[in-house]
Design a binder for this molecule. Structure first.
Ligand code: DGJ
Length: 761
């Protein structure tokens, strides 16, 4: 390599250094070699074809692709670089890759340090590092060198070794075969046979494409989660650090990177999500040379992650999703990927979506045999399909000051146990579900009296309660096995179809029995426990609830098949929560309940038509004292439940998309995969500034087909709007008309919602 100093003719101009790279890499084949082997299984005489991965010589680059997407990994440096992830490239060759190398930046190193998949100290990279570790104060340096690659059609595994620190690093990339979704993860192995190794930081890292200049974050608070906020990316670092010990209400580990002009339907978008339910970080940093770096990974405290000789750390998966069709394109791909990779892999029983009735906002801690049986009776008449007994059913649980940990039925409230309740449910054609909060313990409980040493704590400091409860140290095997026994006793003794697995506090004192910072080990232990329960009772649906949406991520979704996104049942707030939630998660995962009016959290009052119209769009449920409903509300609620059941297949299998509307309105659709049918919603959030709303331009329809269009909700329209319903009957609309010209709408009141059904004829 030569460094040429150029003096320009202009004495005032800056000196220029030009880097001449003697790049001589030959064009190497990018496709892996495979051999196929056919073997006979002697036990059942079947013949299977196995794909044998052939270890590759290290190539200069690798190009993974499916029909729509390319991933290019540059391996010319000491560490792999994710050079490109986006629309499918027809060809990639080494000369194209060398074009990515830039001239020397002013006042910089002669060779620009690469933004590798885990930048390490020593490469000259001056941003936030991707991998930091140490053994002792003198052993912190790292110099990993790429050594080998293993690849198959959609996977690439690159192994590097570092003789300075005695570690092996493996970067794993897995492209979804059908969608623009890429999973990235890193594993670190301690190669020493004597010394332990501490991992201080391990975050997957990639260069952020220049044209993505804005970010949309998912933020919020308890009872108002999944709020999306869009900002320009600036020249300083954007850092999200979540220390709550769960994925959190405040900072769900999801980001979107967008072009300035990206909208719901147009423009490039990059979705990022960390599949991890513990502490996490996401960063976007602008380097001095103008490049931007995107990082995501676990967030660790000193000493939290120790690897003994030979031990290995596997990072959580960082999911990347690309779309050139706006934010809807991202959502479509996330949903399809989640359906295929997560939901379809679970037992079909655990992914059924019967309409729920949950006792929480109906009875709170006041559950007992009489009141619950009365609710069971009422539930059945409304069309409820699964009855869920929430908090309050176990030994001594009269309020939230006591009893967590004592997972046996309270004989005072249920002298005959749960059997009469479950039998009543079954007689009325309903399944039965139960609430538990296994990770927690109350100081006023038998469990705590017997095992005060089972809780997370900070040495030398008094225990800090939140919601009057403490967190059990799941990393102690005895604790995990006690919890498994308690849960499996309940599930073995009763036909329970669903458990609502709650978790109602952050980990403020995350010290475990070993004196380590616990969240890493706690999260892994939680996954092990859930896995054990899931394996023993695969047909049970487990819902992830953490005071609402505090634990909604693709890590927990390996073991759960419903998420409670928020404790608020306020229909207006729910609209915003549901929109944010569904950017990533498909509607069938989203618990959505009709709550009481006034709402117990906000005090706001909404009509039953509005509440039910909002709850209709997810995995529907009711969470109100249905014994108290007026005749009119009971009628509206039953109609909504019937309508939900009628369209449930479409709602839970179709493609969800946002429809652009003016400020103060929200609209969305769910379209059948073959475009033969759709549901479309319009919600008016505020008093409109014009009497008539803008025309509704549908999307995702087949422009060449004709559709029958019906207003299906609310069943009962105000007189002012009756004409609108009539005007739709007996008319067929072409898809292109509906999408281009749109539908004229009636005058609508704030806090109301319409649902249309479209059917191709
Ligand atoms: C928090 C949950 O989000 C609520 O739905 C309810 O289950 C309570 N916990 C019970 O304590």
């Amino acid at each position: 390599m030569d460094l040429i100093h150029q003096n320009t003719a202009d004495p005032h101009s800056a000196q220029r250094w030009v880097l001449v790279l003697p790049f001589t890499s030959s064009v190497t084949p990018t496709q892996p070699r495979y051999s196929k082997e056919t073997t006979k299984d002697p036990t059942n005489n079947t013949t299977e074809t196995f794909e044998i991965k052939v270890r590759q010589n290290l190539q200069d680059f690798y190009h993974l692709h499916n029909d729509s997407t390319s991933v290019v990994v540059d391996c010319r440096h000491n560490q792999p670089v994710l050079s490109y992830f986006g629309n499918r490239l027809a060809t990639v060759d080494a000369s194209m890759l060398s074009q990515l190398d830039r001239h020397e930046a002013p006042a910089s190193l002669p060779i620009e340090p690469a933004i590798s998949l885990t930048p390490t100290i020593g490469e000259g990279f001056l941003g936030h590092l991707g991998l930091e570790l140490h053994r002792s104060t003198a052993q912190w340096s790292l110099a990993p060198k790429l050594a080998e690659a293993n690849t198959s059609q959609f996977n690439l595994e690159l192994t590097s070794r570092c003789t300075v620190s005695d570690v092996e690093l493996t970067h794993q990339l897995e492209l979804d075969p059908a969608h623009s979704v890429l999973r990235l993860s890193v594993s670190v192995r301690n190669l020493s046979d004597q010394a332990t190794l501490f991992i201080d930081n391990c975050t997957a890292t990639l260069p952020l494409p220049d044209h993505l200049t804005e970010l949309e974050e998912v933020t919020g608070r308890w009872a108002y989660e999944f709020q999306n906020q869009r900002h320009a990316i600036t020249r300083s670092a954007y850092v999200r650090e979540n220390w709550t010990g769960r994925s959190s209400h405040h900072m769900n580990p999801t980001l979107m990177l967008l072009e300035k002009t990206t909208s719901a339907t147009h423009g490039d978008a990059l979705g990022v999500h960390l599949g991890w339910s513990g502490n996490h970080q996401m960063r976007i940093e602008s380097l001095a040379d103008g490049r931007r770096v995107l990082q995501g990974g676990e967030l660790l405290r000193p000493g939290e992650l120790e690897l003994g000789p030979g031990a290995r750390y596997q990072s959580p998966q960082l999911y990347l999703c690309h779309s050139s069709e706006g934010q809807n394109g991202l959502t479509r791909q996330w949903h399809q990927m989640i359906r295929r990779e997560f939901l379809a892999k679970q037992s079909p029983d655990s992914t059924k979506r019967p309409v729920h009735l949950n006792t929480w906002e109906a009875l709170y801690f006041g559950v007992d045999e009489t009141s619950v049986l009365a609710l069971v009776d009422q539930a059945a008449t409304l069309g409820i399909e699964r009855f869920v007994l929430d908090d309050g059913w176990f030994l001594g649980r009269t309020d939230d000051h006591r009893a967590l940990g004592d997972w046996v039925v309270d004989p005072k409230k249920f002298p005959n146990g749960l059997t009469p309740i479950i039998e009543a449910c079954h007689q009325k054609g309903m399944e039965f579900g139960l609430w538990i909060e296994p990770e927690m313990v109350s100081q006023k409980s038998k469990l705590y009296e017997t095992h005060p040493d089972w809780v997370l704590h900070h040495q030398g400091l008094p225990l800090t309660e939140a919601r009057q409860q403490l967190v059990l140290d799941l990393s102690q095997p005895v604790v995990a096995s006690h919890l498994f026994d308690a849960i499996s006793s309940l599930l073995s003794a009763h036909p329970i179809a669903y458990i609502k697995w709650d978790m109602n506090r952050d980990l403020h004192q995350g010290g475990n029995a070993e004196g380590r910072h616990a969240p890493h080990g706690q999260t892994r232990a939680l996954y092990r426990l859930l896995n054990q329960v899931k394996n023993a009772f695969p047909e049970v649906c487990i819902e992830s609830c953490a005071s609402g949406g505090g634990r909604a991520d693709l890590g927990i979704l390996e073991y759960t098949s419903r998420v409670w996104p928020s404790d608020t049942n306020d229909a207006l707030d729910r609209l915003r929560v549901q929109r944010g939630f569904q950017n990533l998660f498909p509607p069938e995962l989203m618990g959505s309940h009709v709550g009481p009016s006034p709402c117990h959290i906000t005090g706001r009052q909404h009509s039953m038509a509005f509440r039910a119209g909002v709850a209709f769009w997810g995995h529907m449920g009711v969470e109100a004292d249905v014994r108290q409903l007026s005749k009119a509300d009971r009628h509206v609620l039953s109609e909504a439940i019937a309508l939900h059941k009628h369209h449930r297949e479409l709602l839970h299998k179709g493609s969800y998309q946002v429809v652009d509307r003016p400020h103060g309105e929200q609209a969305w659709m769910v379209v059948a995969p073959d475009h033969s049918e759709a549901l479309a919603a319009l919600a008016i959030l505020e008093t409109p500034s014009t009497p008539f709303p803008n025309r509704y331009r549908f999307s995702g329809l087949d422009s060449d087909r004709h559709y029958e269009l019906k207003l299906v909700w609310p069943g009962d329209l105000r007189p002012l709007q009756a004409n609108h319903k009539d005007a739709l009957t007996d008319t067929h609309w072409s898809g292109d008309w509906l999408m281009s010209v749109g539908l004229s709408l009636p005058i609508l009141q704030p806090e109301s919602l319409l649902i249309y059904h479209l059917k191709a004829i």
